[in-house]
Design a protein around this ligand. Structure first.
Ligand code: TYC
Length: 102
């Protein structure tokens, strides 16, 4: 071991490579059956949106078919998707929520 001096004999500090965690987009998908008010409720409850923003995003999904509702590290994104899917299922709505790497 050369103690970080390499071939030159000059001391250099080792630079530990740190990786930022990858971020994941959480997407909400449109369907023909889930009531608008339910989607607004879900966006407020799980994505901490105020009512106005939740209505806005819900309408974007309704009109465009899909929208990003949040961006999180993997585990948090996964938890959000599970929470939304469990809540939709409990209420017998076909609402779909997925995630993809940013
Ligand atoms: N398209 C639904 C309706 O007309 C409303 C809706 C909006 C459903 C957003 C899902 O992610 C969604 N009742």
């Amino acid at each position: 071991d050369d103690g970080g001096r390499g071939k030159t004999g000059i001391a250099v500090k080792a630079k530990p490579k740190t990786k930022r965690p990858s971020l994941y987009k959480v997407l909400m998908l449109n369907d023909d059956y889930t009531p608008m008010e339910f989607v607004v409720y879900v966006l407020q409850r799980f994505f901490n949106m105020d009512h106005g923003r939740a209505v806005d995003i819900m309408l974007t999904v309704h009109n465009k078919g899909v929208a990003v509702v949040g961006v999180y590290p993997f585990e948090i994104a996964e938890t959000k998707v599970t929470q939304v899917m469990d809540c939709a299922r409990s209420n017998q709505h076909p609402l779909q929520c997925t995630m993809e790497k940013e």
